[in-house]
Design a protein around this ligand. Structure first.
Ligand code: PMP
Ligand code: GLU
Length: 403
């Protein structure tokens, strides 16, 4: 083990990099579980379902079929064709295979884009709350993060006016997700049009539209930002298999992008990881071209759990909620408890509350501060109904001790 504090040896880059809060909380709860403590983990955003069978079968066939060599860096051509078909079928977006880059998870897709677009000192706009890794990746690229505050009463959505006011000559990129991690908020077509109209005014501005939760959307059909043709040449659509197909461990994400950006991302990836796993790529073709029945069944299950958890949280005094329309997270405001104590631990802020709930209630959540918000906690409801009921019971009991 190396010591991250040994500054003489490690670069400033890694010394200053924040650890992923989502992964850190997941590791902490694993550690407590290892000590025999009955921790409920609602911190990691991953479906609790197994990958659907037809996808697993395709992977097995790929191994026996000899798909065991390096592949083209942006992915097999027939996989990129399948991604194009998916974009057309689900989002009515026209991309050619040359505009698709398949990566080792959407996390790498976003990192590729950030590193290919952002020069040191250029600004990247992040509506708060944002997914943890956006901020870390921008910092690694020496970009300047400009946060835009949003409001729980407006479902944490950024308005066109707010965006317009935040853009300067130095703004290069906006990154946001819909459905959103960590809020579960979903932008409507009209809301996206409002954003597109602002972006259209600034010809050097690009947008990463992170649509990885596309299939976990409880309202109307999913809307893509790139549908607005007047900005499509400045939108990078990010998607992947982790969430909608319960394939977090397979590591496969992709972008549809303007050709020069796709080529740049391929060059970047060619120096870091090469293509993602050949077996995962063959499985991805089965996922993208096969039946979506299993995906829809998982969504229906998440929907039921959302309703259940929301009801349970609304029953806890001092916890402020809204109705998340997608993903599998809720991001309630818990600031009511700041300044309170159980006689032993005083809760100064949301980080303290998150650790209090982990250490005393044995429920692992993620602090809002990791997402740029210091009033809320993220709860993932990708867990069975029994687990959610028990977690809410513990949260209620331990919040009740704070006076
Ligand atoms: N974007 C968002 C908003 C996410 O929540 C995640 C993972 N939870 C990712 C991207 C990355 O997903 P992956 O690397 O597993 O494809
Ligand atoms: N993205 C998921 C989350 O937000 C998984 C963990 C991660 O990749 O950071 O929990």
């Amino acid at each position: 083990m190396y010591d991250l504090t040994v500054k003489q040896q490690l670069s400033d880059r890694i010394t200053n990099l924040a650890e992923s809060a989502t992964l850190k909380m997941a590791a902490l709860s694993r550690e407590l579980k290892g000590q025999g403590i009955d921790v409920i983990t609602l911190s990691l955003g991953e479906p609790d379902f197994d990958t659907p069978e037809h996808i697993r079968e395709a992977a097995k066939a790929a191994i026996d079929g000899g798909y065991t060599h390096y592949t083209p860096v942006p992915g097999y051509k027939d996989l990129r064709e399948a991604v194009c078909l998916k974009f057309k079928r689900d989002n009515n977006l026209d991309y050619t295979p040359e505009q698709i880059v398949v990566s080792t998870g959407a996390k790498q897709s976003i990192a590729n884009v950030v590193f290919c677009l952002v020069n040191p000192g250029e600004e990247v706009l992040l509506p708060i709350p944002y997914w943890v890794s956006y901020a870390a990746q921008i910092e690694l690229a020496q970009g300047v993060i400009k946060e835009i505050t949003t409001d729980i009463d407006k479902e944490f959505k950024v308005t066109p006016e707010q965006l317009d006011a935040a853009i300067t000559e130095n703004t290069k990129l906006i990154i946001f997700s819909s459905p959103c991690n960590p809020t579960g908020s979903v932008y409507t077509k009209e809301e996206l049009r409002g954003i597109a109209e602002v972006v259209a005014k600034y010809e050097n501005l690009y947008v990463v539209a992170d649509e990885i939760y596309e299939h976990i959307n409880y309202g109307d059909k999913h809307e893509s930002l790139a549908q607005f043709d007047f900005i499509k040449d400045r939108v990078i659509t990010v998607n992947g298999l982790s969430k909608g197909f319960a394939m977090t461990g397979w590591r496969l994400g992709f972008i549809g992008a303007p050709l020069p950006i796709a080529k740049a991302c391929t060059k970047m990836q060619g120096q870091f990881t090469s293509a993602t796993c050949s077996i995962a790529q063959r499985a991805a073709i089965a996922a993208l071209t096969g039946s979506l029945d299993a995906t829809h069944a998982m969504k229906a299950e998440f929907h039921k759990r959302r309703d259940l958890l929301l009801g349970l949280l609304n029953d806890i005094p001092g916890v402020k909620t809204y109705v998340p329309k997608g993903a599998f997270y809720i991001f309630p405001d818990v600031s009511h408890y700041f300044g309170k104590s159980d006689g032993e631990t005083t809760i100064e802020n949301v980080d303290d509350l998150c650790m209090y709930l982990l250490n005393k209630a044995h429920v692992s959540l993620v602090t809002g501060s990791a997402f740029g918000n210091d009033q809320c906690l993220r709860i993932s409801y990708a867990a069975s109904e029994d687990i959610l009921i028990e977690a809410a019971k513990r949260i209620k009991e331990y919040l009740g001790k704070l006076v």
